[in-house]
Design a protein around this ligand. Sequence first.
Ligand code: SAM
Length: 217
Amino acid sequence: MMEDSYKHQGMRRQLIATLKQKGIKDEKVLDVMGRIPRHYFFENAFLSHAYEDKAFPIGSGQTISQPYTVAFMTQLLHTKPGDKVLEIGTGSGYQAAVLCALGVDIYSIEYVKALHLSAADLLGQMGYRPKLFWGDGSKGLAAEAPYKGIIVTAGAPAVPQLLLEQLEIGGRLVIPVGNSKSQEMHRYTRVSASKVEKEVFSNFSFVPLKGKHGWSE
Ligand code: SAM
């Protein structure tokens, strides 16, 4: 495990100040992001950039999301400790660590085996115990449904119906939807067995969601 020096902690405080300036208000989200060493999730080549508010490569053509995006989506998910949440796109494991630190019961699925294995190793070393799966998350994870929250950290061409079906009543799905360059952030809230409400937020740019209900490869 790398060290978490005073220098890292100082850079993290700066990053949290930036997130506040950009409009993130949820103090619990800011608090956990202020405590998790983001540099642990980085490849050596990019280590010096770990506290910039930017996305960076994590291998296999994928990225660790921009901190602002992680904070924005986590804020929209609006979790409470003990909530059962499904993440689609484990990637580096950083978003899963944020949710674990918020006390969420997290299930996270990743399409790329090498990323699934390295996230499992790192999160275990950090003392987090998310339930991690390797496979196609575009169809959700029906075996463990329903969920209080579902967070999709890759850009989808449309909202997979199966994900809406795996939300419990009161549950929220946060998902970027759009084309390959830009996606709107959508939040769907299941208000009853037959009704889902949709809200649309600003634009982001994600790597594509692959698999059966994502972009064809
Ligand atoms: N949440 C990640 C983090 O904190 O580092 C960011 C992930 S990156 C922006 C998106 C991830 O979604 C990639 O690791 C990619 O392999 C994964 N992905 C894409 N399509 C997927 C699918 N159908 N099922 C599961 N994971 C998928």
